[in-house]
Design a protein around this ligand. Sequence first.
Ligand SMILES: Nc1nc2c(ncn2[C@@H]2O[C@H](COP(=O)(O)OP(=O)(O)OP(=O)(O)O)[C@@H](O)[C@H]2O)c(=O)[nH]1
Length: 304
Amino acid sequence: MSTKISIISGFLGAGKTTFLRKVIPNMEGKTVLIENEFGNVGIDGDLMEGQLPIKEIYAGCICCSVVQDFKKAIEELTLEYRPDHILIEPSGVGSLSDIVKVCSKLSEKPSMGISVHQLITIVDVSAFDDYLESFGAFYLDQIRNAHIIFLSHFDKLDHEEVEKVISQIRLNNPTAFILKEDWYGYDGEKIIEILNTVENCSVDPKEKSLLSPASRMFGTFSIVSPRVFSEEELNNLLIALKNKEYGGILRAKGILELDSKRFVHFDFTPHHHYWKYLENTKQTKVAVIGSNLNKEKIAEEFQQ
Ligand SMILES: Nc1nc2c(ncn2[C@@H]2O[C@H](COP(=O)(O)OP(=O)(O)OP(=O)(O)O)[C@@H](O)[C@H]2O)c(=O)[nH]1
C-alpha cells in the first residue's frame, strides 16, 4: 500500500495549523508531518510536538529555495517510518503548484511508494479581497491548484460577503470541493468524515511556474528568546503591528514570556490577532513575515 501525501496550504494565518491540530489526533494509520516555515525559526512544530514524527524545514519555501531539503525530508520519512500518511504544511507563501510538482515527480520513483492524495487549501474569507488585490496570481495559485477548499474566519463577514468570496473562488477553481461551513468549531473526527466524502485528487497542476519566488516578495525576521512582555505591552504591540508601525507585517507569531511568568502564544495578521496562554513551552521565539519590514524597529521591540 502506498503512502498518501496530503498538502494543507493556505496563505499567511489562514488556519493550516489549526486544521492540523484538529485532524492529527484523529488520523487512522501511521502519520508523519512536514512543517515548512518561511522564517528562520519554527513555531508550529513546537505546538504539535510529541503527537507524531515531525520534520521542520526553515528559512525558505519548500517549493523553491529549500526544495532539496523538502525532497530529502519526504525520502527520509518514507524510508524511516513507512507511514500511511505524510501531511505537509507549506509556509503561507508557498506555491502549491510547485510543491505538487515536486511530490508527483517523487511519486514516479517506484521505490518511494508514495502518491498525492489530497490538496487542501484554507482560505481566510476576511482577507480574500485584500490578498487578491495585493498578490494576484501568487495568492491565487493555492486556490487554483486545490481540490478541497476550506474557508476560515467566517465570523468576520456576513453571509452575503462570504457568498461573494465563494463565487470568486469558484471562478478561479470551478471543480474544487468547497466546504461552505464554519469548520472552526468542528472536532477532528467530523473534519475527517468530511474529507472522506471527497474523492482523491488527480494531479494536474494547472499553472506553469511563472510565480516569483516568495523570497523576492517577502522579507522575514526571527528572534529567539525575545524580551519579557506585560499583557498591556503585548496588546499595544499587536495594535502597533496593525497600524504598520513596524512596516508591512503580514504575519507575526510567536511564544512569549509574560512578566507574570506565564507563557503565551500570539498570532497576528493585518486582519486579526489573538493571544492565549500556553501551559508547556520549551523556547520563546518570534517570527515575522512581510514586505518593507522595519527590521531595526522590530529588533528593538523584541530583543532583550
Ligand atoms: N475566529 C477564527 N479564528 C481562526 C480561524 N481559523 C484560524 N483561526 C485563528 O487564526 C490564527 C492563525 O491560525 P493558524 O492555524 O496558525 O494559521 P496558519 O495558516 O497555520 O498560519 P501560518 O503560520 O502563517 O502558516 C490562530 O490564532 C487561529 O486560532 C477561524 O475560522 N475563525
